[in-house]
Design a protein around this ligand. Structure first.
Ligand SMILES: NC(=O)c1ccc[n+]([C@@H]2O[C@H](COP(=O)([O-])OP(=O)(O)OC[C@H]3O[C@@H](n4cnc5c(N)ncnc54)[C@H](OP(=O)(O)O)[C@@H]3O)[C@@H](O)[C@H]2O)c1
Length: 337
């Protein structure tokens, strides 16, 4: 099959690095364009771990030039900046996989939690895709709104049970994230001294991702889903564990139900005990487990926030978008121990 030229805008960030690591050995995608704010450097200068592995040059971002060189662009940019690039690329017929939040929410929800939306036209056709939950909707789309990390883990744990839980009772989600979830920019919240030997909850209840979970869980079951979302920052570099607590209204066996729901979904692995984030580290796997205590459901999902929560899910979506096997270029071996 003919090679497909692709690019990464935001290559110097954490999710950009994960994209580079997968794309340089992808059998069809050919990484030809890398950009960040300043350019005039190389991938290996920005990411010294890639010295001698990937010495591609990195340019100052120029969406027009990206459009000349590439058929598909991954945007690993902060929200707001991403839609500014996406708009230009889409106008020129380039396919876009956006890792930011810019196209994940409807306009009302987006503007309540982020900023004014500057690309309503493309928002209307953006495809939000967790492939195991949404099927092959990414195929032939022009714009992927790649789901957030907390939302991916939470929805993968929750989705099998949407028809089996009482939606009028509280649904609690406790989601713990490694520090790389905050991106590469230093701040007091992610300072070593703040994070080491510590766990703290942040943005409880009002977190932007609660709205994303509610919007997309509601769409999955055509019902109104409300969640009480409590994220925590834990002293790990990468990894995420979402635990969902809800009230069952049926007599189901949660583990059997989860197994049936994810049959033939190779990137979701059913565990017979609570999953460990470490087992998914560096991969696209979502490891799941569920049990019940009376009518109390406990369902959980462990992922790597940078991979299944961002870059590897983006690559799976890009593979589907271009009519390729979804597993092309996706790493399967976790960083253990
Ligand atoms: N980290 C995660 O676990 C995770 C999970 C899911 C989704 N996401 C989303 O994915 C996106 C990227 O996250 P990240 O963690 O990789 O962020 P990051 O480490 O902070 O990297 C951000 C990247 O964007 C570039 N950038 C910022 N402003 C720019 C501009 N005006 N023009 C061109 N490039 C610009 C930066 O370039 P410079 O180096 O030049 O500043 C850098 O390459 C974000 O929207 C984030 O919310 C992240």
């Amino acid at each position: 099959m003919k090679a497909i030229n692709v690019g990464i805008i935001g290559v110097s960030g954490y999710t950009g690095l994960e994209l580079v690591k997968m794309l340089i050995s992808h059998p069809i995608f050919n990484l030809v364009y890398c950009a960040n704010t300043e350019g005039e450097t190389t991938v290996s200068a920005l990411h010294p771990s890639l010295l001698g592995v990937c010495d591609l040059s990195v340019e100052k971002v120029d969406s027009e030039r990206a459009a000349q060189l590439c058929e598909l662009i991954f945007l690993a940019l902060p929200h707001k900046t991403a839609m500014q690039s996406a708009k230009v690329l889409l106008e020129r017929g380039i396919k876009v996989v956006d890792l930011s939040a810019d196209y994940r929410l409807n306009q009302e929800n987006y503007e309540a939690f982020y900023c004014e939306h500057e690309d309503i036209e493309n928002l209307s056709h953006a495809i939000y895709s967790i492939p195991e939950l949404h099927g092959e909707i990414a195929k032939n789309s022009r714009l992927i709104a790649n789901p957030g990390c907390h939302v991916t883990a939470s929805l993968i744990a929750l989705a099998p049970f949407l028809d089996h839980i009482d939606l009028s009772s509280p649904i609690f989600i406790d989601s713990k994230t490694g520090v790389s979830g905050a991106g590469k920019s230093p701040s007091s919240a992610v300072h070593y001294v703040s994070v080491n030997d510590n766990i703290n909850c942040y943005n409880i209840i009002k977190h932007r991702h609660a709205t994303e979970i509610e919007q997309h869980a509601s769409a999955l079951c055509s019902n109104d889903v409300k969640v009480t979302f409590v994220p925590s920052l834990v002293p790990m570099t990468r990894g995420m564990l979402a635990c969902v607590y809800a009230t069952l209204k049926t007599d189901c066996d949660p583990l059997a139900l989860m197994e049936a729901f994810y049959t033939n979904k190779p990137f979701v692995r059913l565990r017979n005990a609570p999953p460990h984030t470490k087992m998914t580290s560096g991969t696209n796997f979502a490891d799941v487990y569920a049990t019940r205590h009376g009518n109390a459901l406990v369902a959980m999902c462990a992922i790597d926030n940078l991979m299944r929560g961002a870059s590897s899910q983006a690559l799976v979506n890009a593979n589907i978008m271009m009519g390729l096997d979804e597993a092309l270029g996706i790493p399967l071996i976790s960083y253990v121990p």
